[in-house]
Design a protein around this ligand. Structure first.
Ligand code: FMN
Length: 209
């Protein structure tokens, strides 16, 4: 584990991941209240079913805006509703510091049973047939709060499509872990994007599915 951690740190440094989480960034990117679409505020604030009138939902967790950017592109292309998972206890830049083995994110990722609490109002999944579920890769895995989300919801009859952003790591087993922990839903293989993925990147993935 220590060796893997050292390699990951080296890879992340190599590709210049210094942008991973200043508190300003975390603050500006994590507030779903400032949603970019009517659908987002509707789905997130009312917890209503298929709130924006679509049967497609994009659910995401994002701390420095990269996954949020991809999520919004998917929502635009699909005409989907969008819902942000927000941590009950906001992640600070110290919490996201992967150079610190004692940082909150690192400690959580080292504990497969960690389930950080979600702070915002839950979204009702009633009426949705397809859900894109997105997150950053943290230490090669999905952030534990994603497990909190999938364990708090039922996905029967819903096609689940994981996507992630990362500095360089692939999506790895994260989609499979979510599928296992969810215990319901028809899960497709996931897709990893660069933080700055273009709309064309996202569109060609969706159209190729
Ligand atoms: C705690 C932590 C661990 C990370 N671990 C990895 C990793 O294992 N591999 C990788 O390529 N990037 C890693 N990253 C970088 C993020 O995956 C990447 O910056 C991502 O695009 C951030 O998404 P966001 O802006 O939506 O939060 C890590 C970042 C943090 C904060």
């Amino acid at each position: 584990m220590r060796k893997i951690a050292i390699i990951l740190i080296a890879v992340m440094r190599e590709i210049g991941l210094a942008a991973c989480g200043s508190s300003e960034e975390a603050g500006s990117d994590s507030g779903s209240a400032g949603s970019s679409s009517a659908a987002e505020s509707s789905a997130a604030s009312e917890g209503s079913s298929a709130a924006g009138g679509s049967d497609v939902l994009v659910v995401y967790f994002s701390q420095t805006g990269n996954t949020k950017g991809v999520a919004e592109k998917i929502a635009d292309i699909e005409g989907a509703d969008i819902y942000e998972i927000e941590a009950a206890k906001e992640y600070t830049s110290e919490d996201l510091n992967y150079d610190d083995p004692e940082s909150r994110a690192t400690v959580e990722q080292n504990d497969p049973s960690a389930r950080p609490e979600i702070g915002n109002e839950p979204v009702s999944l009633e009426g949705y047939k397809k859900i894109y579920i997105g997150y950053p890769i943290w230490w090669g895995q999905e952030p534990r709060i994603m497990d909190t989300f999938v364990e708090s919801n039922e996905f029967d009859g819903i096609t689940m499509i994981p996507f992630c952003t990362s500095g360089s790591s692939d999506i790895g087993d994260s989609g499979k872990n979510l599928e296992k922990n969810a215990g319901s839903g028809n899960w497709l293989d996931g897709k990893r994007f660069e933080g700055g993925a273009s709309e064309d990147d996202v569109r060609s993935w969706i159209e190729g599915m």
